[in-house]
Design a protein around this ligand. Sequence first.
Ligand SMILES: [Zn+2]
Length: 357
Amino acid sequence: MNKLNLKPGVLTGSAVTELFAYCKEAGCALPAVNVIGSNSANAAMAAAREARAPIIIQISHSGSQSFAGKTLDNGRHQASIAGSIAGAHHVRSLAPIYGVPVVLHTDHCARKLLPWLDGTIEADEAYHREHGEPLFSTHMIDLSEQPLAENLATSARYLARLARMGSTLELEIGITGGEEDGVDNRGVAHERLYTNPEDVLQVHDALSPIGRFNLAAAFGNTHGVYAPGNVKLRPTILRDSQRLVEERRKTGPKPINFVFHGGSGSSHAEIAEAVSYGVVKMNIDTDTQWAFTHPIKTFMDDKGGYLLSEVGNPEGPDRPNKKYFDPRGWLHLGEQGITSRLLTAYDDLGSRDRFVF
Ligand SMILES: [Zn+2]
């Protein structure tokens, strides 16, 4: 299969559709990393440059607030709206300099957060009027806690609005276990952690006439990282869902673009199996949080004697410590940690050396 040609910078509209179609056909997927500021966004673009592959950069409601500054009032979601827009412009300015294609995405949006999504889509529409493309590439709506009919009715309304700009909507059905962004599903009954393929068919029937969508269907995956063995992954649910839609609706093979939520902590074999059934995007957050923090902890421990005062260390009472406490140094260790964890994700997802840009 020929490598896919892409332009560096933020991808929108049909370029995103073609990217996901290519991934599914080539049997590979892209990491989607949650960013909370310029350090994590830059580390993500550095990983894409090293892997010679596109990156999906996503920002959650709370990640957006972090981007804007946690002291801002977020009463009507204004800090989250402004923070995601600021994050988008940061990535739009730097992606061409890194020379990498980026899919810019807003992450999990539960019902109570919909005004945040509305604000980011308004920013899309304003950007579209001026530049002929939306500000963000794709958005997510997460009404998996609601009954499926209600989830689909609201998702259809948002998809219709996004489709006018050629944008893709990601939605979630079934229940992803664990805890993330204030949604706690740790107590949920185990059978609810597995999607019924008939539900995937319903999603296909409701949304495919309206526009492009990516689907996070629960197959025993969990947000966050937990001790293994509690819930078993059953990626074959994705395979069975693809077959059901293909047979009943006479589509081509693998009609659905699946998204793997809660990819952190999964084994290489589990990830490869899920990708073979049409996963095109895997979210990674907990593992990159750890990858950022851990090298900084090691540095602080190793250099403890140089971090007790501005001047004076084990080498002498008048020796300066500036080069140890300057945050540019230790923050970069965290950035390198994120980049290297994402390179492992690219290997797991089989998406290195598949693209030209
Ligand atoms: Zn999810």
